[in-house]
Design a protein around this ligand. Sequence first.
Ligand code: ADP
Ligand code: MG
Length: 256
Amino acid sequence: MSAPALQASGLYKAFKTGRSKIEVLKRVDFDAEAGALTMVMGPSGSGKSTLIASLSGLLRPDEGQVTALGQDLWSLPAGRIDRFRLEHCGFIFQGFNLFPALTALQQVATVLKYQGLDGRRAKAVAAQTLGEVGLEHRLNQRPSELSGGEKQRVAIARALAKSPRLLFADEPTSALDGENGQIVVRLLQRAAREHGAAVICVTHDHRLEAYADRVIHIDDGRIVDDVRLTPASPPAPPRPELRPATPERPRALAEA
Ligand code: ADP
Ligand code: MG
């Protein structure tokens, strides 16, 4: 089997507040495969957000190691960690984190420009990715003119547009109703299955479990359960490039 896209061992993190210390990650071992939707379930306060932040280079653990796409993430200088996130990681948060002043198209295109695409190309790829999440008719709307479900789809398009190999979602459905939550989790599933990303989604929403390839339970900073719902994937074929040389894409995420 191919090496996991993401592997962590002995992750330990504690926060000091005043004179008390709270241990949030108690030596967590973790791995996630490319092409799979790995769900991390746990009650509020169990350490999910801290785990995802440690895995993705956002928050340095006190101890432990993260190997991401073959790189020892926390041994890199800070600038290289930022670069790694920019190049390889997509993020989706509960609160959408959109810029109020930007249209849907601009939200997605901005990220692509940071990656070095020129303006025209960035807009073309952004429009296409928004089409893949079913928002082709909302390109010029600002967040205040979009529903919660549409906002989260913009956030997903923004994360997917750069073809991340690692996609992190922190409670992506908790601000959404059941129907929109289902749309969102289906898009995450397809990012894994069709585009080969390692998708790590933390949530306390049990309705999402049905879409996962693997469900890991965390409680009080420890992994307490790890269940594969689909067989481990065979060695991955060469990863199809998400961003095509021409603006056309082979298939639309919103189609199937
Ligand atoms: P979850 O995402 O599962 O709800 P978190 O990882 O956000 O859990 O937090 C786990 C625990 O760590 C909580 O008790 C929270 O209050 C505490 N915590 C998280 N971040 C900090 C911080 N920066 N400073 C102090 N305590 C924190
Ligand atoms: Mg959280």
